[in-house]
Design a protein around this ligand. Structure first.
Ligand SMILES: [Zn+2]
Length: 473
């Protein structure tokens, strides 16, 4: 009797609120949620997902009473945080590699990357098309932000650029980019004149567009920041900024007294820690962000002693893209012992610069530079390598996570939808086997991913990896 009464009570308890319970698509239960902003983790939480949006987050018991779901995920013992953003990658390598580039989209997802920022290359029409296709749910991939074609000077080394040499040409280029609804403007300095660089940065800012750039050696980084540049791509420009002789060496390069490589080495040789700390504080005041692409620097610096030919991740890269890796390898093989040791020195200095940037309050955008040309810098895996390099350089795991979860959305003006797990935020979620606040390597231990609201368990992610391998071979 007692038993059946108790059973009845359980049935009633389950049945009565059920009618009042809201039905959602997905309920992640018993999760430990990582709050990246505060560095706290909160145990036994639940996340309700409806469509591509988080409906509610709260204690497991209360959410279980408020929601029923089409799919339930038990995250007992797991750590849950937003998906990763790779803020510097490239779709490119020529029209014949469009399919191979497209095949990388699910690979990013398999590695927990739910958003990428394409920093320009030579297949921008495809990148723009994929941006729409992913947003409309027609293509499985990370959300794409793209610069479209970048701005350069006349006849640059890079293909697929818009060549500008006068203010009128910059205006016309920005009109074109705005018509494409690009997410930011990428500017590089291979042949771009410094005055046109400054004009482009200012004019883009006037139009409400963010700019990311390689800065001409003729200008100091503070000059670029004063013009309104939004982000510096690659940490070596922060070494340059940290040299008290920055302007002098830049002028010697412009005068043809130093080659690009010699000028670059001279910035390293004359870097001064105290001076640099002051400059970084000035840059922070100007709200400029930095995408260090530290791992790329490391890979290139140590090509002389590290054999990548057996890297497991090579299996996911198509033959055409793999072939583009040769360029840097061949260049590296021609390096003299002095050049090799200068590269090692530059990388070791880059590592010292990283915690200085954070201490100065400069936002770090985690980005890989993965795509084509950049040898052994693997799409997907690369962001985990990048975060590991940050921690090796002295950042805390939380600071590393901030760079891949919070600063990217803030930079692109999307903090309302991204950066944390809360009501109304995008349902881009990683479920991890271990706590990344204790060990950054835990970002690699992905148990499942919610991609724009769609649940992909480990088997589904392994399926994406298997597909990527099959397509690449
Ligand atoms: Zn790049």
């Amino acid at each position: 009797m007692l038993r059946s009464l108790a059973g009845l009570a359980v049935l009633l308890a389950a049945a009565a609120p059920a009618a009042a319970r809201e039905r959602v698509d997905l309920l992640i239960r018993h999760a430990t949620i990582i709050d990246v902003a505060s560095g706290k983790s909160v145990a036994n939480q639940a996340i309700a997902v409806a469509g591509d949006t988080i409906r509610a987050v709260g204690p497991n018991g209360s959410l279980s009473r408020r929601y029923t779901a089409k799919a339930n995920v038990d995250a007992t013992g797991k750590f849950v945080m937003p998906g990763l953003w790779d803020m510097h990658m490239h779709f490119g390598g020529g029209p014949e590699l469009i399919e191979e580039n497209k095949n990388l989209l699910p690979l990013y997802v398999a590695y927990g990357v739910t958003t990428v920022r394409d920093c320009a290359a030579d297949i921008s029409p495809s990148a723009l098309e994929w941006r729409s296709a992913v947003a409309e749910g027609r293509l499985l991939g990370p959300r794409i932000f793209t610069s479209g074609p970048k701005l350069e000077g006349y006849k640059p080394l890079w293909k697929g650029t818009i060549e500008v040499g006068t203010p009128a040409e910059v205006n016309a280029a920005l009109d074109r980019l705005q018509a494409m609804k690009v997410d930011f403007v990428k500017i590089t300095d291979n042949t771009l004149k410094p005055d046109i660089f400054l004009y482009a940065v200012k004019e883009a800012k006037r139009r409400g567009l963010k700019t990311s750039a390689h800065t001409p050696y003729a200008l100091t980084i503070v000059q670029a920041a004063d013009a309104g540049l939004s982000s510096v791509e690659h940490v070596d420009y922060l070494i340059k900024a940290g040299s008290p002789k920055e302007a002098e060496i830049g002028a010697a390069y412009v005068a043809g007294k130093l080659t690009y490589g010699e000028a670059s080495d001279a910035f390293v040789e004359t870097f001064d820690k105290d001076y640099a700390a002051g400059v970084y504080r000035e840059l922070a005041k100007r709200h400029i962000a930095v995408t260090p692409t530290l791992n790329m620097g490391r890979i290139l610096a140590y090509l002389d002693r590290e054999d990548h030919s057996k890297d497991a991740a090579l299996a996911y890269i198509g033959p055409g893209l793999r072939k583009t890796y040769d360029w840097r390898v061949e260049r590296s093989e021609k390096a003299t012992p002095e050049q090799i040791s200068a590269r090692h020195k530059e990388y070791e200095l880059s590592k010292q610069v990283m915690p200085m940037l954070v201490a100065a309050g400069i936002p770090i955008l985690a980005g890989t530079d993965a795509g084509y040309l950049n040898s052994f810098n693997y799409p997907g895996q690369g962001i985990h390598d990048e975060l590991e390099r940050y921690v090796e350089s002295g950042l805390t795991p939380r600071q590393a996570l901030v760079s891949a979860i919070i600063t990217g959305p803030a930079f692109l003006g999307h903090s309302d939808r991204y950066g944390s797990l809360g009501q109304g935020k995008a349902a881009d979620i990683l479920i991890l086997d271990a706590n990344p606040l204790s060990d950054i390597k835990a970002t690699r231990a992905i148990r499942g991913t919610v991609l724009h609201g769609k649940w992909l368990d480990r088997a589904a992610l392994d399926g994406l990896l298997a597909d990527a391998k099959a397509m690449a071979n």
